[in-house]
Unconditional design. Sequence first.
Lengths: 116, 110
Amino acid sequence: DSGVTQTPKHLITATGQRVTLRCSPRSGDLSVYWYQQSLDQGLQFLIQYYNGEERAKGNILERFSAQQFPDLHSELNLSSLELGDSALYFCASSPRTPGQGRNEQFFGPGTRLTVL
Amino acid sequence: SQQGEEDPQALSIQEGENATMNCSYKTSINNLQWYRQNSGRGLVHLILIRSNEREKHSGRLRVTLDTSKKSSSLLITASRAADTASYFCATETSGSRLTFGEGTQLTVNP
């Protein structure tokens, strides 16, 4: 158990809908990362937050957004869902300050999103 | 596109044999990390090697890093059926961002 929790574990929804994925980082970790893993794209970095502020963006679509709250939990919002958004979405946390190096990340169990 | 590329894509061995996976990357890095993923589960950090290190050991794991060739290898000795998983290398560049490779699927047959 990494100490990172994600809810829900599974989510089945229809095209055009909007969903929210939730992540609680390990106690004390200020950095949160979101990743998307699909068969054709592999593991893609989406976005990073540190202590409530956005720090880096990766291959995140404009239909997707995220935020980190004062209690450090984070939410990833996916809207206008398409079939191709079906994937595993992982959250990871790290105790490191961005730029500090040695950024070992601890991954949650993931949310499996299926868009029908 | 992925920074790291693992080789081979898939590897099947017998219990007790050694497994070697390779990773190549394209840009300068601060460190390189290896992660393991059991089917459909979250990734688990295995080992980190800094750019000024050449070799590192952790239990049955041995990692090498050749920054001149921009490559790394992960050796798992005396493999067990429980080692069956996907293994990913991840490179950390400035800003602490990790870029993952496509992974090697290791199958250890009992």
